[in-house]
Design a protein. Structure first.
Length: 267
């Protein structure tokens, strides 16, 4: 029996802790249904495993005249149809075809999100834990509560919850407008950016002409100093020539003078 303070586990853990395919599948389920941890998946798998084991044992007794087996099979199918896990007029073969997601889809957290009472599965879990959800005027704070087919249409907000106000910002599909408009939103009066493109192209054409004219003027400016520099070079060459000529003449004069004196002395 055990101690009531330390009750036994109601679920079975995986046989092997490290399996890549199983870990990936469990991570996808936790994101899809907004589960707290993988223990909730293991609980659903354990309950589904019990349904399948009971269906296998009853299928072995179908051909016999065992009245107890027929009674247990009817009770099992009635239980699954009451929780809307199986449709009416199902058989034991349909129990063996069940999957883990069929059990997870009947949780209160999932149905609260599917009914449009929350924006995300994680928000649905928060609303249930904080006491904003009720079933048949009875507040339920357990996200893993299994909802029956009759209770599915009775899920709503608690009477004293502020979420009953249609203008509440946390309520999904509410006509709430924040006072500060977001930058990403485009107002109806404004034109989109795509329509403004031809205007920008028209403005760019004269800009190109200006650049061409500026380039031409720059070339002209660069050409003129080249000509002036050539003139200056010519002037410097002429000045050098003029300097060189009188020096040569002076040498000739110096050489000519002593020759004349010698000529006089000889005479």
């Amino acid at each position: 029996m055990g101690k009531p303070k330390f009750s036994r586990k109601k679920y079975e853990t995986p046989s092997h802790p490290w399996q890549a395919s199983r870990i990936k599948a469990e991570n996808d389920l936790t994101k899809k249904y907004g589960l707290k941890n993988k223990r909730e998946i293991w609980k659903a798998q354990t309950s589904l495993r019990r349904y399948r084991g009971q269906a296998r044992s009853l299928l072995a007794k179908v051909g016999t005249e065992d009245k107890q087996a027929k009674k247990e099979s009817d009770q099992l199918l009635m239980h699954l149809t009451r929780y809307n896990i199986l449709p009416p007029n199902s058989t034991l073969d349909d129990v063996l075809a069940l999957e883990t997601e069929t059990v997870l889809s009947r949780r209160l957290q999932t149905l609260t999100y599917l009914k449009g009472l929350a924006n995300t599965p994680n928000q649905a879990r928060q609303l249930i834990a904080h006491g904003h959800i009720q079933i048949n005027d009875r507040k339920v704070t357990v996200p893993s509560y299994m909802v029956t087919k009759d209770e599915e249409n009775e899920i709503s907000y608690v009477g004293g919850s502020p979420l009953n106000d249609l203008m509440h910002p946390a309520r999904p599909h509410a006509d709430f407008k924040s006072p500060i408009p977001s930058k990403k939103e485009v107002k109806p009066d404004e034109t989109p950016k795509e329509e403004v493109k031809p205007k920008t192209e028209v403005k760019e054409k004269p800009a190109k002409g200006k650049t061409e004219s500026t380039t031409e003027s720059v070339e002209e400016k660069t050409k003129t100093p080249v000509k002036e520099s050539s003139k200056d070079e010519d002037k410097t060459e002429e000045a050098e020539k003029t300097k060189a000529e009188p020096e040569g003449k002076q040498k000739e004069e110096k050489t000519e003078e002593p020759i004349k004196e010698e000529d006089k002395g000889g005479k």
